[in-house]
Every structure is written in structure tokens, then in C-alpha cells.
Design a protein around this ligand. Structure first.
Ligand code: SIN
Length: 307
């Protein structure tokens, strides 16, 4: 069902004392002002974390920091997560480059397709941070959709039917798409593309193809907020349902979750830092800036086993 905003949409800013939050859209997202990421006080950090859980995605502008500052700011949120795709920059193995060169004509880009980060892991990352260094003059935006709002907007009958179901998440379809659509390059997607020449996938990748099952209705470990934990990129089935029934339910729910009313969209500029909570939203990147370079750095913060 396509919806239009009404009472359950509540992205208004909280009256913080040490930061300012400026909502980006009716459904979610907020710019945080009054912060220098290289020098965040404890009082500011507490409010930043509160704003992240409230708005699901927050961003900071004009933060021309380096890998060391991104690394240090990320650690304030917890320990680093296992990263499913990349190896990190020299000196900071948890800071992963996401660079698409201007001459890369791949038909797929890292992060394309709605997804929550690495749900095929037993303990998927809770939070992701993405920092922009070079951005195309247009295109290359990122979109997010609010999975907690999507849950709240279902009626009671639908909600009762979903509680207790488990989704099977796997890297299978993303891997197949990279093998078919991406150029072999020294990039996360380029490396996945190169596996099409291997006689057999490495065990680490086979494990991600086998994946994991997690509750479709997830409860946030810190706030107790419930959300739809599902995505059309990694969600390949629902435990206990036949293939046709499972595919139909996945499609229905992912269409509901990613409808325009639940989203926000960010146009990047160099020196921006975004943070999102993978337990509360899904996101997607766009491959619409051929001929331009986009240079980003990503860190991910460890999460718990979804429950
Ligand atoms: C991601 O999915 O983590 C990357 C998003 C982006 O590059 O916009």
C-alpha cells in the first residue's frame, strides 16, 4: 500500500543542548550542526547517539577529516564490525575505501539495490559511517528508508502475522550480479566480479552465500524500537514458507518498506560524514555518475545477533 505522511511520522528535532539537529525529510534523516568531528565532547557524543537512533540516519557537513579522525570517531560508537567486502586503507584496516573511478563502466556499483549492511552475517554491523572525499557534480546520491516507521505503519493484522517469522539472508544474488555486471578491479565489487574465474569460491564467501536467518521483526538492542528487518538484495527467503509464497511476501514487504514516503535522499559534497543504524533503516547507492570519480571511506560498528 502506498502511503502519505500522517500522525505516525515524527522526525521533529529534539531540543538538544550541545548539538543542533535539522530534519532532512518527514520520514527520517537529520543534519547535525555545531560539531567538529575531530573534537567531540562526551556531552555532544551522547546527543549525537540519541539523534542517530531518533532520525535513523544523521549527517555532518564541512568535516574535512582524515582516516585517523574517522577511525577515532567510529570507535566512540563501539568496536569495529567484521567487514564483509573490503580490506581497509594502509594503517587503518577498518577504514574501507569505496572508490569508483571515472573510467569504471561497471553496470553495478557497491551498495546498489536497497539493503541493510551484511545481514548474511551471524552478527551484522549495527552502525555504518560513510565519509565523502570526492563526489560527482551530480548523481551518486544515497537514499535511506525508515524500517521502524514501515513497521509502525502496518495494521495490527499484518503485524500479528509477521511476528515470529525469520528471513534467510545470503550474499548469493549480490555476488551473481557483481560477477555478471561489474568490471574486475581493485574495488569491493571488482573483487567479487573476479571470483567468476575461480573454480570454487573461497570458504569465507561460501559461508556468506549460506548466510543466516534473522527475525523479520527486529527489536533494537538499545532503544527497544521494533523494525522490519528485511531487504530485497540479501533477503532470499522466509523460513518455513514455500518458494512462491516466500517470494511474494518478501516482495510485498520490501515494496512497503522502500516506498517514497518512508525515505530520505542525500546529495553528497566533499567533507560530509553520514552515520546510519542498520537495525532501523535500509539504504541504497546509485550508479548514475559515469565519467566522474567518487571517493568515500566507510567504517562499520559491530552489532549483536538480531532478536
Ligand atoms: C553502502 O551501501 O554502504 C554504500 C552507500 C554509498 O556508497 O552511497
Amino acid at each position: 500500500m502506498q502511503l502519505h505522511p500522517h500522525g505516525k511520522f515524527d522526525n521533529h528535532p529534539h531540543p538538544y543542548r550541545h548539538i543542533t539537529a535539522l530534519p532532512l525529510a518527514a520520514a527520517m534523516g537529520a543534519e547535525i550542526r555545531g560539531v567538529d568531528i575531530a573534537h567531540v565532547t562526551d556531552a555532544q557524543f551522547a546527543e549525537i547517539e540519541h539523534a542517530l537512533f531518533r532520525h535513523k540516519m544523521i549527517y555532518f557537513c564541512k568535516q574535512h577529516i582524515g582516516h585517523a579522525e574517522q577511525h577515532a570517531f567510529s570507535r566512540r560508537f563501539g568496536t569495529f564490525a567484521e567487514d564483509a567486502y573490503t580490506e581497509g586503507v594502509p594503517g587503518f584496516r577498518e577504514v574501507q575505501p569505496l572508490i569508483k573511478e571515472a573510467d569504471d563502466r561497471s553496470a553495478m556499483v557497491f551498495g546498489s539495490g536497497w539493503h541493510t549492511d551484511s545481514p548474511f552475517l551471524d552478527e551484522p554491523p549495527a552502525i555504518t559511517m560513510l565519509r565523502s572525499v570526492e563526489t560527482p557534480p551530480y548523481g551518486g546520491d544515497t537514499m535511506w528508508a525508515n524500517a521502524a516507521l514501515a513497521w509502525q505503519m502496518l495494521d495490527d493484522n499484518a503485524r500479528n502475522g509477521l511476528v515470529g517469522l525469520k528471513v534467510h539472508f545470503s550474499i548469493r544474488d549480490v555476488l551473481a550480479s557483481a560477477q555478471a555486471n561489474a568490471e574486475q578491479r581493485d574495488s569491493p565489487i571488482g573483487k567479487l566480479a573476479a571470483t567468476r574465474e575461480l573454480p570454487e569460491l573461497p570458504e569465507g564467501l561460501q559461508k556468506k552465500v549460506r548466510g543466516n536467518t534473522h527475525p523479520l521483526v527486529r527489536t533494537h538492542a538499545r532503544t527497544g524500537e521494533k523494525s522490519l528487518y528485511i531487504d530485497p538484495s540479501y533477503g532470499i527467503g522466509i523460513e518455513g514458507l514455500g518458494e512462491t509464497e516466500s517470494a511474494a511476501l518478501l516482495k510485498l514487504l520490501t515494496n512497503h518498506l522502500t516506498q517514497p514516503a518512508f525515505t530520505c535522499r542525500l546529495r553528497w559534497q566533499p567533507g560530509m560524514v553520514t552515520l546510519w543504524d542498520n537495525r532501523l533503516c535500509v539504504h541504497q547507492a546509485f550508479n548514475d555518475y559515469d565519467g566522474f570519480r567518487r571517493e568515500m571511506y566507510r567504517t562499520t560498528i559491530a552489532g549483536e545477533k538480531p532478536r
